[in-house]
Design a protein around this ligand. Structure first.
Ligand code: HXC
Length: 511
């Protein structure tokens, strides 16, 4: 009994010592930099009182003054669903990653994958712990290995809330989604100092690897927020669309949680002149459940839209051309962005809806020399290999290779619809008549009048959806105002879709 009392005393002393770590200027140091502490981030992310820490007392060695080795790990619920987390604590050795720190993260990854729960990494770290040398590098390698093994098993989300430098950026890169905060999150393989030494170029942290750069130009991050609170709310929102693992279906809302939707005026979004742009978001929002659209990678490759939404309470992944940016053409970035999104949806049982208005692939030396051939092939591959229900609605243009890519019937589209306004052909009318009618046009007395007539003929006889419908490449030409109900009914038909897995090891995705 006496021994027992002593053990209890030690138990409480250790708890007090652990709590002491989180007093004094623990909060101020982070707040002064415009950041929350690791503990505050966890409290904000998880449902109140649900977080349970694992390995709080771990130390890298007996001489270490602090517990935890600079990372807080554990589990709890977010929106009522179990989620595992690791949060690097910048206040302890700059959140740097030593071997024990890495082992804690790997334990979280292993538990998440084995138990089938999403894993969220809150990253705020000076990178490999310099004092530990190769052991810290091995620690990173172990994390990367787990990232790859967990890919497609459980959703993995990286939230960069401070520095992520050097090879440390590759764990976020191997996960499904990345979140960043303006001015406080930075990701780069080599920092501004190295850039100066090697290239003699001056560049700030923000311009090299800040949230805005990665949210737009590089597309490395999928979500950008002004502050950490909104960023963590974004993580919660994303989780609300995702199943916990690849064996589960995405969450379905209650009937009471959706408002009736009126799609009556949907066709008025299209301008009368089919060469004029419009905002595809206006169409998406007239189809999906009210306020349910959640865009992914909003500022990168804006010529294509990707995002989650609900259709009659059920989650769908939307891929839509955006005619108001570069006329909705497909280029390298758009192909990569969409391909990655399709693959995520496919891995996690999220049906795919394509809204199509695409004049073709982006021409030019820049695109060709940077391998549009291989990047465009990624999107083809992603649609063709996806086994989730896949539906396309051709809203307006569907020309050439771009028609094929956007989940056309023969690429494996389960249901293909078109609006009466659809233009489906090898190329647009102007391009086509230049090739087919060059001689007549050059000899015509009134070439503009002849051109107008030829364009009309081409639209009436070749580039319209009725021919595709008659040949079975489009299942049905639909009334635009009925799009929502047609889609709800078609996705319901496809709900039990089953495609047996191929026995091969894996395909060879075009990189
Ligand atoms: C050990 C580190 C550390 C590191 C920071 N600290 N980075 N300790 N190893 N990698 C410690 C600091 O010594 C300091 O300790 C505390 O963390 C806070 O750091 P500050 O420099 O005071 O903070 P700040 O001014 O905000 O600057 C943050 C920083 C800077 C930009 C991250 O610390 C920095 O440049 N660190 C080194 C980054 C780096 O080069 N890492 C290696 C990348 S290569 P005290 O005791 O003073 O509070 C890499 C390889 C991975 O990671 C390979 C994977 C395959």
């Amino acid at each position: 009994m006496k021994e027992n009392r002593k053990a209890y005393k030690v138990f409480h002393q250790r708890k007090d010592k652990l709590n002491e770590q989180y007093t004094g200027d623990y909060y101020k140091k982070q707040h002064d930099k415009g950041k929350l502490t690791a503990r505050e981030r966890i409290d904000f992310l998880f449902d109140e009182g649900s977080f349970h820490e694992i390995g709080a007392f771990i130390k890298p060695n007996t001489e270490a003054k602090k517990y935890g080795d600079g990372v807080i790990c554990g589990y709890g619920t977010v929106n009522g669903c179990k989620v595992m987390v690791y949060a690097q604590d910048f206040n302890i050795m700059g959140g740097s990653l030593g071997l024990v720190h890495a082992q804690k993260i790997q334990k979280v990854q292993e538990l998440a994958a084995n138990m089938g729960h999403p894993v969220v990494g809150l990253i705020d770290s000076g990178g490999a712990r310099i004092q530990e040398g190769v052991a810290s590098l091995a620690g990173y390698a172990g994390i990367f290995h787990h990232n790859v093994k967990s890919s497609g098993i459980v959703p993995q989300i990286s939230v960069i809330l401070g520095p992520a430098a050097g090879g440390a950026v590759y764990s976020p890169a191997l996960t499904d989604f990345r979140f960043m905060v303006k001015h406080t999150s930075h990701m780069f393989v080599t920092g501004p100092q190295v850039v100066k030494e090697v290239l003699n170029e001056d560049i700030s942290f923000e311009d090299l690897g800040g949230a805005e750069v990665h949210g737009s130009a590089s597309g490395v991050t999928d979500f950008v927020y002004n502050d950490e609170e909104h960023c963590l709310l974004g993580v919660k929102k994303l989780l609300s669309y995702l199943p916990s693992n690849h064996l589960e279906q995405p969450p379905v809302l209650n009937w009471d949680d959706i408002q009736p939707r009126n799609s009556e005026n949907i066709s008025y979004v299209l301008p009368e002149d089919s060469s004029k742009p419009y905002d595809m978001i206006d169409i998406i929002e007239r189809i999906v459940d009210v306020d349910s659209f959640f865009e992914v990678a909003e500022n990168h490759a804006q010529n294509i839209i990707t995002g989650f939404a609900r259709l009659n309470r059920k989650v769908v992944g939307i891929i839509a051309n955006q005619p108001k940016v570069m006329a909705g053409t497909l280029d390298i970035n758009a192909s990569r962005k969409a391909a990655r999104f399709v693959r995520f949806c496919d891995a996690f049982n999220i049906p795919v809806l394509v809204l199509e208005d695409v004049p073709g692939f982006m021409p030019g030396k820049n695109q060709e020399h940077n391998a549009i051939i291989m990047h465009g092939a990624k999107l083809l591959y992603a649609f063709a290999e996806a086994t989730v229900p896949k539906i396309t609605v051709i809203v307006r243009k569907a020309y050439g290779g771009a028609y094929i890519v956007m989940n056309s019937k023969n690429m494996g589209g389960d249901m293909n619809f078109a609006w009466p306004s659809a233009e489906i052909a090898v190329m647009g009318p102007e391009g086509a008549i230049k090739i087919l009618n060059r001689k007549e046009l050059s000899e015509a007395e009134e070439p503009e009048e002849l051109k107008r007539q030829l364009v009309d003929d081409y639209k009436n006889n070749i580039a319209n959806p009725f021919i595709a419908e008659e040949k079975g490449y489009v299942d049905e030409v639909i009334e635009p105002s009925k799009t929502r109900e047609v889609l709800i009914s078609a996705f319901s038909l496809l709900e039990n879709k089953f495609e047996p897995k191929s026995p091969r090891k894996h395909g060879n995705f075009p990189m």
